[in-house]
Ligand binder design. Structure first.
Ligand code: MRU
Length: 357
């Protein structure tokens, strides 16, 4: 793994991920090092890319999909056969491997399926031609992510007013996508229009994506962002400081239940209690019509050390204590005011989504 170092003061000047100029490596910002170090990793092998997704060096549902698309294109470069069936078989094995890196964000399998469809429809073409088609599709997936996030932001802007207090959880920001973010797109676009939002970012235990990533990217973009611990959300809501909540998501089930970073469901319950609209922002690639309800979504379990040891000089829980560390939870659709996709704002997602998008 080649390590390149690129320091910059503004995250908006950086790309979350890219195919490098020689088209031989997936380049990502190592998100585990932020906010202290902005370091690019050049990932070439499938093992490196699998680990980068698994270890959250690249994370956030759309970014995982983008990374997997570029990653599987790189796998295709290593498949050295002119036999189509052999190529397709080995490509499928590589896709299965990358798909096993994380279970909850559907964007991963969605992007890999798109790439597999390219191969399925390319029978009769040479390996070189198929590789070119795969590269183009991977770059298209990334560009679509940028365009879609912008559209989500434009729709979400119709839900807010200048001066609003906004709360977000985890990082559904530029770092979780190729640009703009999903939940943060409204913040970036509003900021450009001088909306002067007061943004509250939950720190998001245990991996602190809110503290390390959201607070970092929004403050780097010049926004008024205040970091709070997860257990302070009720207080800022009760104080009357929050006019709307915007979060991202990893999978939307057909009935409109939503899996997102652990803690999201609690925020939605609080928002309902205090009469604050709770909006979920999701590209259509995050919508999984094949999963009936949130109960059917596979929730990733992560190592106990993330809760007991990380971020502290010393271990902060007794040795051997039982730890439950689910990475995501499911917010019931009844708690969601609307789901904002690139196709519009869906107040009754299960009823209206399929028809309107
Ligand atoms: O474990 P992570 O950091 O990948 O979890 C990310 C989230 O939960 C995001 O809110 C979600 O992927 C949406 S990103 C636009």
């Amino acid at each position: 793994m080649k390590r390149g170092k690129l320091m910059t003061t503004n995250i908006l000047d950086m790309e979350t991920l890219a195919l490098d100029e020689e088209e031989r490596a997936l380049v990502i910002i190592d998100q585990t090092k932020l906010p202290n170090k902005a370091e690019y990793l050049h990932l070439k092998t499938q093992g490196e890319i699998w680990t980068a997704i698994r270890e959250l060096q690249v994370r956030g549902a759309p970014a995982i999909g983008d990374a997997a698309a570029i990653g599987i294109y790189l796998a295709a470069l290593e498949i050295d056969t002119d036999d189509y069936d052999e190529f397709a078989r080995r490509f499928h094995t590589a896709a299965d491997y990358l798909n096993s890196s994380r279970p909850t964000a559907v964007n991963l399998s969605w992007a890999l399926n798109r790439m597999e469809n390219i191969v399925k429809n390319a029978e009769g073409k040479s390996t070189a031609e198929i590789r070119t088609l795969l590269r183009d599709e991977a770059l298209r997936i990334k560009q679509e992510d940028i365009d879609i996030c912008k559209k989500i932001g434009e729709h979400a802007l119709t839900l807010v007013k200048p001066g609003y207090g906004l709360l977000t959880h985890c990082n559904a920001g530029q770092l979780a996508t190729a640009k703009y973010g999903t939940a943060t797109a409204v913040m970036y676009l509003g900021h450009k229009k001088g909306y002067n939002f007061k943004i509250y970012a939950d720190e998001t235990r245990p991996l602190l994506q809110g503290a390390r990533l959201t607070a970092y990217e929004l403050s780097a973009a010049g926004m008024d962002v205040t970091l709070i611990c997860d257990n302070m959300a009720a207080t800022v809501m009760k104080n009357g400081w929050i006019d709307a909540v915007f979060v991202g998501c990893d999978r939307v089930a057909a009935n409109g239940d939503v899996a997102n970073k652990i803690g999201t469901s609690g925020v939605a319950i609080l928002a309902k209690h205090y009469g604050i609209p709770f909006y979920v922002c999701a590209p259509s690639s995050t919508i999984d019509r094949n999963t009936a309800t949130g109960a059917n979504i596979c929730i990733e379990q992560r190592p106990s050390e993330e809760v007991t040891d990380m971020w502290y000089k010393e271990r902060m829980a007794p040795k051997g204590v039982n730890v439950y560390n689910p990475a995501f939870d499911v917010t019931d659709h009844e708690l969601i005011t609307a789901i904002v996709t690139e196709g519009g704002i869906f107040k009754n997602f299960a009823r209206d989504f399929v028809r309107e998008l």
